[in-house]
Design a protein around this ligand. Structure first.
Ligand code: FAD
Length: 461
C-alpha cells in the first residue's frame, strides 16, 4: 500500500516565526526521509527526470535513500546539481519534477525537493562529496556574475578541467540567493557552504569586480580568457510610475531585501544598516518577491503587513507554499487593488497610498485576465512603508558596455536557447539576463547547457 500523502515536514509555528529570521521548514529526519523515499515507484520512464531542468537522476538518488545510503544519494545529486541544498529549498518543484510525478493526480507526488534538501543537509554533517575533476586543459574561462547561472557554469567547466574565474560585483557571491531570498527561506550559511564547495574544487571567485567598469567583456576575451559566460541576472527594479514614488518610506523590493539580507539590517545595531518599517507595511505585487518582502516587513516589526495585488488570488504568481506560509503568519491580502498615488506628509515621509479597485476583464498576452480599474472606487490605505515588488529588468551594465552584443527589445541578451551562444564568438550567456526574471533552476539549466557548448567550443577549436 502506498502512503497517499507526503510525509509532513516539521515547521516553526507561525506565531513564533513571524518574529524571527530563522528558517521556517525544519527538514526531514533520516527516518522521515526513508519513509517519503519509499513512496517513489521507481518508474522506468522517470518523468521526473525530464521535468527537471538540470536532469537529476531522481529515481537513482531516491533509491539510495530507501537503502539508507545517504552518501551515495548526495553523490548522485551532485553529479548534476552543484546547489542541492538551495534547490531543495526554493525550486518550484510543484511545476517541475513533482508536477509530472506518476503519483501526482491520484495521490500527493513524491516530495522530491524535501528529499533533495535532506541529502544536502545530511552531507553538511558528514564528509563532503566532490565530483571528479578532469585533468587540466590549459583553457581559462571567465564567468561574469556569481548567481545560480554563473556558479553552475563555474562548477561544470571546472569539472571538465578548465581554469575558472568568477567575477562578481557585490562583496559576496550568490546573486539573488544571497541578497534577495530571505534568511528564513534560505539561510545564507547554507548558500555559502555550496559556494565554498565550488572553491574547494578550484573555482576562483573574485568579488567587488564590476565588469563593464573595472574591465569589459572584450578585455577579458582579449586578455587571459578563452571564453566568457555572462550571468548577470535581472537586478534592475521596476517601479509603478505613479506620483509620490520617491517619498521616504517607499522602497523597491530589491533595496528592501538587499538591506535586510545582504547588509543584515535585521541584526541592527550589531550590523550598522538601519531599516525602519513602522506600524503598517504595504507590499505591491503578488510574486515570490512580494511574499518575501511582506514576510520580511513583519519580522522587522510591522504590526500589520499587507499585500496589494491588482489581480485575484487565482492569478497570484507566487508559489502556493509561499502564499500559504504568508497567510499563516498573518499577512493580509488586498486583492483586485492597484496603487495610483503615494501620499506624503510635510516632511516628505509616506503616510498613505491612494488605491483603486480593479475587476478582471478579457485575457491579456500572458493569458491571464486583464485587471481593469473600477471608476469611482478610489480609497486610501494608511502606510508607513511601501515595498514595490512588481518585477525586475535586465542588469544594464554589460549590455551597455559590450558593443556587438545583440539585445532584445527589453534589453536582455539574445542567446541561443540550446547553447547560450551570443552574437559574439566565445561569449555565452544564460539565466535571468537572457530570459528576464525566472527561477533558480532555469538559470542553472541554462548554465549547464552553456557549459556543455563552451566545452565543445574550447576542445574542438
Ligand atoms: P542572479 O541571481 O541575479 O545573479 C546575477 C549576479 O550577477 C549577481 O550576483 C550580480 O551582483 C552579478 N552581476 C550583475 N552585473 C554584474 C557585473 N557587471 N559584473 C559582475 N557581476 C555582476 N526563484 C526560485 O526558483 N524560487 C524562489 O523561491 C525564488 N524566490 C525569489 C525571491 C526573490 C526576492 C527574488 C529577487 C528572486 C527569486 N527567485 C526565485 C528568482 C531567482 O532567484 C532568479 O531567477 C535567479 O537567481 C537567477 O539567477 P542568475 O544567476 O541568472 O542571476
Amino acid at each position: 500500500m502506498i502512503q497517499e500523502q507526503q510525509t509532513p515536514m516539521r515547521e516553526q509555528p507561525a506565531d513564533e516565526r513571524r518574529h524571527n529570521f530563522d528558517e521556517v521548514p525544519l527538514g526531514y529526519s533520516p527516518e522521515e526521509a526513508v519513509q517519503e523515499a519509499e513512496r517513489c515507484l521507481q518508474c522506468a520512464h522517470a518523468p521526473c527526470v525530464k521535468g527537471c531542468p538540470v536532469g537529476i537522476d531522481i529515481p537513482g538518488f531516491i533509491e539510495h535513500i530507501v537503502n539508507r545510503e545517504f552518501d551515495k544519494a548526495i553523490a548522485v545529486l551532485k553529479k548534476d546539481n552543484a546547489l542541492p541544498a538551495v534547490c531543495g529549498r526554493v525550486c518550484p518543484q510543484e511545476n517541475q519534477c513533482q508536477g509530472v510525478c506518476t503519483l501526482a493526480g491520484r495521490f500527493d507526488p513524491v516530495a522530491i525537493g524535501r528529499l533533495e534538501r535532506f541529502c544536502a543537509d545530511w552531507e553538511a554533517d558528514h564528509e563532503a562529496c566532490y565530483p571528479d575533476i578532469e585533468p587540466d586543459t590549459g583553457k581559462r574561462i571567465a564567468v561574469v556574475g556569481a548567481g545560480p547561472a554563473g556558479l553552475t557554469v563555474a562548477g561544470e567547466m571546472r569539472r571538465r578541467g578548465h581554469a575558472v574565474t568568477v567575477f562578481e560585483l557585490l562583496h559576496v557571491a550568490g546573486g539573488v540567493l544571497m541578497y534577495g531570498i530571505p534568511e528564513f527561506r534560505l539561510p545564507k550559511a547554507i548558500v555559502q557552504r555550496e559556494i565554498n564547495a565550488l572553491c574547494e574544487m578550484g573555482v576562483s571567485i573574485k568579488v567587488n569586480q564590476v565588469i563593464g567598469r573595472t574591465q569589459t567583456v572584450q578585455e577579458l576575451l582579449d586578455g587571459d580568457y578563452d571564453a566568457v559566460f555572462i550571468g548577470t541576472g535581472a537586478g534592475l527594479p521596476r517601479f509603478l510610475g505613479v506620483p509620490g514614488e520617491s517619498l521616504n518610506g517607499v522602497f523597491s523590493a530589491n533595496e528592501f531585501l538587499t538591506r535586510t539580507n545582504l547588509m543584515k539590517a535585521y541584526l541592527f545595531p550589531e550590523y550598522d544598516t538601519p531599516i525602519k518599517v513602522g506600524e503598517r507595511a504595504v507590499t505591491v505585487g503578488g510574486g515570490n518577491v512580494a511574499m518575501d518582502s511582506s514576510r520580511t516587513a513583519l519580522r522587522l516589526g510591522a504590526k500589520e503587513s499587507i499585500i496589494v495585488y491588482r489581480r485575484s488570488e487565482a492569478e497570484l504568481p507566487a508559489r502556493g507554499e509561499e502564499v500559504h506560509h504568508a497567510k499563516e503568519e498573518g499577512i493580509q491580502f488586498q486583492l483586485l487593488t492597484n496603487p495610483i498615488e503615494f501620499i506624503g506628509d510635510e516632511n516628505g515621509n509616506l503616510k498613505a497610498i491612494r488605491c483603486i479597485r480593479m475587476e478582471l476583464g478579457e485575457p491579456d498576452d500572458s493569458g491571464r485576465r486583464r485587471p481593469v480599474p473600477i471608476e469611482g472606487s478610489e480609497f486610501e490605505i494608511e502606510a508607513t512603508t511601501v515595498v514595490i515588488a512588481v518585477g525586475n529588468g535586465p542588469h544594464p551594465l554589460i549590455p551597455q558596455s559590450t558593443p556587438n552584443l545583440d539585445l532584445n527589445r527589453w534589453g536582455s541578451i539574445v542567446a541561443d536557447p540550446e547553447t547560450g551562444l551570443t552574437s559574439i564568438r566565445g561569449v555565452y550567456a544564460g539565466g535571468d539576463i537572457v530570459t528576464g526574471a525566472a527561477t533558480v533552476i532555469e538559470a542553472m539549466g541554462a548554465g549547464k547547457r552553456a557549459a556543455q557548448a563552451m566545452h565543445a567550443f574550447l576542445t574542438e577549436e
